[in-house]
Design a binder for this molecule. Structure first.
Ligand code: C6P
Length: 414
């Protein structure tokens, strides 16, 4: 979706919605800069889940009793609301545990079962392991070829690789919308247009985009898109895969068991209609209720405004890191449109040491390979520190990161 100018966020007011932000860390106010790993949860989400358990908990699609019907209504209304959040047809919305499960579903059921030996799938070197390892497994089992689009030194996809690989025999492109390491935003609509011209389908890992910017599967015209609730103010343990319903019709089931069947005999089983064919077993209804509350909360704030706020924080962070000195940033640093995950190293101090001292100073960041080991190799580093922002972060917190990095320099004498 096009991001137009949006009103500034009232961050101080928003912060009061997130109880955990009131706590301290080692005697200092908590500065939470790890929302790319998981976001904090507003009271609206916590209350909605508690209310559900207090008033109408029951199993879904089974009961004849009122509680069962209420739970089923909440679950199916949740499907419509979450599909609406990404501007997609609800009959293509499959509830899964997280983005990882959604991507595994596509790799197993579409990649392994519907692609043919010799077909090529195209990934990028910036993929999270969740959008890489499932495809490696599928390729191994179905005899597929994998090609990887490289990134340039700014962390942007190399156009010559895009041109080279978006050609037959490519049958599927799987890529992230926004990198969890580099913050780079990929041109999903452009790549999808080119993929469709050669008859390939497109599977988007939207774990880092759906929480942070307006995303429309209709406008992007993608075939599959997966994301996690816990990175978008929702609970852990729930996520969604959106797919074109006609593709879901053609795909064999991923997990099997209760709910996903139509008729079962000892000889033969037939499948439920889509999307239920892909939802085996008892779902996490309370988390769907929480995810709906998260969608309402984010829409109430405004995704375009959230994206602009993050862009402003990120630009400030890049300036602050520059002032700290001895910092190498991995990812776009020029005035690009980009996401709010900023990976960096400080001189030759190991990222884990950076993260540990920042924690002592009250600043929570992630350190490590960020589940993107091929990308670490591409930039010739073992690990990076990563600060990532969300709607509740302030410019003052970014300044606190800068001050804490000054402390790292003092401790390590760099
Ligand atoms: N990245 C991070 O700290 P799950 O674990 O299924 O909710 O999300 C997996 C995933 C897939 N793709 C991208 C781009 C991601 O960033 C993530 C999760 C977290 O960067 C935890 S490793």
């Amino acid at each position: 979706m096009t991001v137009t100018s949006a009103p500034a966020l009232d961050v101080e007011r928003l912060r009061r919605d997130f109880p955990v932000l009131q706590r301290t860390l080692h005697g200092r106010p908590l500065v939470y800069l790890d929302s790319a790993a998981t976001s904090q949860k507003p009271l609206a989400v916590l209350d909605a889940m508690e209310r559900y358990y207090h008033t109408s908990n029951a199993n879904v699609h089974r009961g004849v009793h009122t509680l069962g019907n209420e739970a089923t209504d909440a679950f199916e209304a949740g499907r419509v609301r979450v599909a609406e959040f990404i501007d997609g047809d609800p009959s293509g919305l499959v509830f899964v545990r997280n983005a990882t499960e959604g991507l595994n579903l596509v790799a197993s059921s579409y990649g392994r079962e519907l692609l043919r030996p010799g077909d090529r799938i195209v990934l990028t070197v910036m993929e999270h392991h969740s959008n890489l390892v499932p495809w490696q497994l599928a390729a191994e089992r179905a005899g597929l070829e994998i090609a990887y689009i490289d990134v340039d030194d700014d962390g942007l996809l190399r156009q010559e690789d895009v041109d080279r690989f978006l050609q037959p025999p490519t049958k599927l492109v799987a890529m992230s919308h926004q990198s969890n390491v580099l913050g780079a935003i990929n041109d999903v609509a452009g790549i999808t247009r080119r993929a469709h011209e050669i008859g390939a389908v497109v599977c988007i890992d939207a774990a880092q985009s759906v929480p942070h910017m307006p995303v429309s599967v209709r406008e992007l015209d993608v075939d599959f898109l997966a994301f996690s609730g816990h990175k978008m103010c929702g609970p852990m343990g729930i996520g969604a895969l959106w797919a074109r319903p006609e593709l879901l019709e053609r795909m064999p089931p991923f997990l099997a068991g209760g709910s996903m069947i139509s008729r079962v005999s000892l000889e033969r089983t037939t499948w439920n209609t889509v999307p239920h064919k892909f939802e085996a077993g008892t779902p996490d209804v309370a988390s769907v209720v929480g995810l709906v509350a998260a969608c309402d909360y984010l829409d109430g704030v405004g995704l375009a405004a959230i994206h602009q706020h993050e862009l402003s924080l990120t630009r400030h962070m890049l300036d602050v890191l520059d002032e700290v000195g001895e910092v190498t940033v991995y990812g776009p640093t020029a005035d690009f449109d980009r996401g709010g995950a900023v990976s960096f190293n400080l001189a030759d101090v190991h990222a884990h040491d950076v993260g540990t001292i920042l924690d002592r100073e009250g600043v929570a960041v992630r350190a490590g390979h960020h589940c993107a080991q091929p990308l670490m190799r591409r930039f010739d580093v073992a690990a990076t520190a990563r600060a990532s922002v969300y709607l509740y972060n302030t410019h003052a917190e970014v300044d606190a990161l800068g001050a804490a990095l000054g402390e790292v320099r003092r401790v390590f004498r760099v």
